[in-house]
Design a protein around this ligand. Structure first.
Ligand code: HEM
Ligand code: HEM
Ligand code: HEM
Length: 70
């Protein structure tokens, strides 16, 4: 799927996989062990990797409600 819905009780996160693939090019940024389900994926992973990158690059959402939409 081009867009993956990541379920969260406080509001699901709509993740545009395709856009990230095209922008980042390197799958290993997120898929250390190769494409497919990510081992250990969840809250801590996402807040470190997703939010971490957005803060580092100064691009992409870092506020809770900008990712978690009810
Ligand atoms: C998961 C809170 C910011 C992306 C979660 C969960 C909580 C949470 C409570 C677990 C939900 C559950 O177990 O159902 C917060 C708070 C934030 C914040 C309080 C602000 C301080 C963000 C931001 C992003 C993000 C900025 C995106 C860059 C995610 C993702 C998950 C998640 C992808 C995992 C969903 C899954 O496991 O499928 N967050 N979040 N969050 N959060 Fe956040
Ligand atoms: C899921 C491939 C880049 C984050 C997947 C899946 C595949 C895949 C095959 C599982 C099937 C699906 O649901 O579509 C790839 C390839 C990439 C790439 C080939 C490089 C061209 C990325 C990047 C990120 C990312 C750069 C993060 C910015 C995710 C997430 C999931 C996923 C969060 C869902 C993981 C889960 O549910 O455990 N990817 N991906 N992917 N990908 Fe990627
Ligand atoms: C934009 C979520 C991982 C870099 C965004 C947006 C969302 C999002 C919701 C704003 C809407 C959009 O443009 O699609 C996530 C989630 C991640 C993740 C849930 C983890 C599964 C990453 C990583 C990086 C990254 C690892 C960098 C290494 C960016 C950038 C933008 C962005 C640069 C701005 C793109 C633009 O405005 O064109 N992300 N992201 N993201 N993300 Fe992520």
């Amino acid at each position: 799927a081009d867009v993956i819905t990541l379920p969260a009780k406080n509001g699901n996160v709509t993740f545009n996989h395709k856009k990230h693939q095209e922008a980042l090019k390197d799958c290993k940024v997120c898929h250390e062990k190769g494409p497919g389900k990510i081992e250990g994926f969840g809250k801590d992973w996402a807040h470190k990797t997703c939010k971490g990158c957005h803060s580092d690059k100064g691009a992409g959402p870092t506020k809770c409600a900008d990712c978690h939409k009810k």
